[in-house]
Design a protein around this ligand. Structure first.
Ligand code: G1P
Ligand code: ZN
Length: 543
């Protein structure tokens, strides 16, 4: 095996964010940039020699090139086997499922999730550990530390692998198996859900559209929805993965998934609509002319979980990220199970799932998942909804309205200010924090501040502490305003403002969320000076 040791020097800021290292393709293309980071991952691992690594990505531009490099480096560093998705493709949940199924040592995911792709777009790389989940902060910090002192990396000189052909090959002394990207994942879904009753639902004429947004879930959704569950051809739209996602933002929200939104809010809308993101871990759920907020979706899945074969015996607990609405907490209370509030990012759910403390997890950012793997899972959420729809034989809207009637409604919205000047955004957060000593007890209109803090989290399993996870202001009536800077953007800063208020009165449940939250929205600006610092007079994205 022709192992080369190449001298290199560190790149500043190779720091994994909320979900791995994400940068512009042009940055990843610099000589040694990817190699440095891959070697830094390897240098932070122990006892991996001879073991198996899973490699795949969301199919975006640079995916295949990066995989060839990673394979040569994995072989040079002594991995025994690599499982690679055909064409270099694996959805993020599929990587998690495959790591778990084959007891792999870990996995490398090439994705920038919902960020745009193509030569001028974004690229990303993320390491997942043997439980199938994103590396916890202890490891991402070790990776960053390695990247800041790296002076060499190892790679073998050999021909590229043919990623098109299923089957076994070798790279140096490492076995490489090119696997079907969909089969293992689809088999897992069949174990979890009642495919027969979903099939019967489609046979009865139920109509659905799934928007794969030209990203990774196209082949997954086509096989599962159309071929296995018998949904009519054409149910899956934008189903062919493209290296630039057709020029769009593969982000399943009301703005980016406009093809689907137009259909679902138009005449003759299908009964159910759903979309997933670049790497397949997010989901958006729509009914006929009806949007289900991700926070409500988590609560509804929890409240209906016993209708699903995999969860028929009930849930151990529920976890949600701190900015996610408290809707799921009300369900947990009613079910008399524990709930946990974690910082933003899926990596915080891993310990809770591994310890059996929770069964379902969710984030307001269109992420939902369960103990079936250790990532959020877009298609899983869609199948969960389909299974509920098949069991309850009601519309999406009726299910949501009945849920509110029973548990109360958490009016909720996230306002994003994208591409803000970084210094200005940091100043806003600093100044906001400096007001926190005087804020408790202060009255704004009818609302009195109960608490405010910069959220920090003590992991209940390993007791590790994560600080600076977002500014929270909680009011005595249960309303909340939360301010956070995004950890996944690649340009400037993105300020996220999360607004929530709880309404028990069913007579008010029909209100539009932006109307119901109007006074909190004003207050959020009044307290933090959003307009003043960002220069924006309105958010760039409202969800
Ligand atoms: C965003 C979401 C967060 C999610 C992450 C990865 O991170 O807000 O919930 O886990 O993407 O998909 P952010 O940009 O807010 O740091
Ligand atoms: Zn994603």
């Amino acid at each position: 095996m022709n192992i080369q040791t190449i001298s290199t020097t560190p790149f500043k800021r190779q720091k994994p964010g909320t979900s791995g290292l994400r940068k512009k393709v042009s940055i990843f293309k610099q000589p040694h940039y990817l190699e440095n980071f891959v070697q830094s991952i390897v240098d932070s691992l122990e006892n991996f020699k001879g073991k198996t690594i899973v490699i795949g990505g969301d199919g975006r531009y640079y995916n295949q090139i990066a995989i060839q490099t990673i394979l040569k480096m994995a072989a040079a560093n002594g991995f025994g086997q690599a499982l690679v998705g055909q064409k270099g493709r694996l959805s993020t949940p599929a990587v998690s499922a495959i790591i778990r199924k084959y007891h792999a040592f870990g996995g490398i995911i090439l994705s920038a999730s919902h960020n745009p792709g193509g030569p001028d777009g974004d690229f990303g790389i993320k390491y997942n550990i043997s439980n199938g989940g994103p590396a916890p902060e202890k490891i991402t910090e070790a990776i960053y530390a390695s990247s800041q002192k790296i002076n060499e990396y190892h790679i073998i000189e050999t021909a590229d692998v043919d990623l098109e052909q299923l089957g076994e090959t070798v790279v140096g002394d490492m076995k490489v198996e090119i696997i079907d990207p969909v089969a293992d994942y689809a088999a897992l879904m069949e174990q979890l859900f009642d495919f027969e009753s979903i099939k019967a639902l489609f046979q009865s004429g139920f109509t659905m559209r799934f928007d794969a947004m030209h990203a990774i879930t196209g082949p997954y959704a086509t096989l599962i929805l159309e071929e296995k569950l018998g949904a009519p051809q054409g149910t899956v739209m934008n189903g062919i993965p493209l290296i630039d996602f057709g020029g769009g933002h593969p982000d399943p929200n009301l703005v980016s998934a406009h093809d689907l939104v137009d259909i679902m809010f138009g005449d003759n809308a299908p009964q159910f609509g759903a979309a997933s993101d670049g790497d397949g871990d997010r989901n958006m759920i729509l009914g006929q002319r009806f949007f289900v907020t991700p926070s409500d979706s988590l609560a509804i899945l929890a409240a209906n979980a016993t209708l699903i074969p995999a969860y028929k015996d009930g849930l151990a607990g529920i976890a949600r990220s701190m900015p996610t609405s408290e809707a799921a907490d009300h369900v947990a209370d009613a079910l008399d199970i524990d709930y946990y509030e974690t910082p933003t990012g899926w990596k915080f759910f891993g310990h809770l799932l591994d310890a059996g403390k929770v069964t379902l997890c969710g984030e307001e950012s269109f992420g939902t998942g369960s103990n079936h793997l250790r990532e959020k899972d877009g298609l899983w959420a869609v199948l969960f909804w389909l299974n509920i729809l098949a069991a309850r034989q009601q519309s999406v809207e009726t299910i949501v309205r009945e849920h509110w009637a029973k548990f109360g409604r958490n009016f909720y919205s996230r306002h994003d200010y994208e591409g803000v000047n970084k210094e200005a955004a940091e100043l806003l957060m600093e100044n906001l924090y400096s007001t926190f000593s005087d804020l408790p007890g202060k009255q704004f209109g009818s609302r009195i501040v109960e608490y405010c803090d910069d959220f920090s989290y003590i992991d209940p399993v390993d007791h590790s502490i994560s600080q600076n996870q977002g500014m929270r202001i909680g009011f005595q009536d249960g309303s909340r305003i939360i301010y956070r800077l995004s950890g996944t953007g690649t340009e400037g800063a993105t300020l996220r403002v999360y607004l929530e208020y709880y309404e028990e009165d069913i007579a008010k449940h029909h209100l539009d969320a932006q109307d119901a939250l109007a006074d909190l929205i004003k207050l959020a600006d009044e307290i933090a000076g959003i307009k003043k610092y960002t220069g924006y007079d309105k958010p760039s994205v409202i969800t």
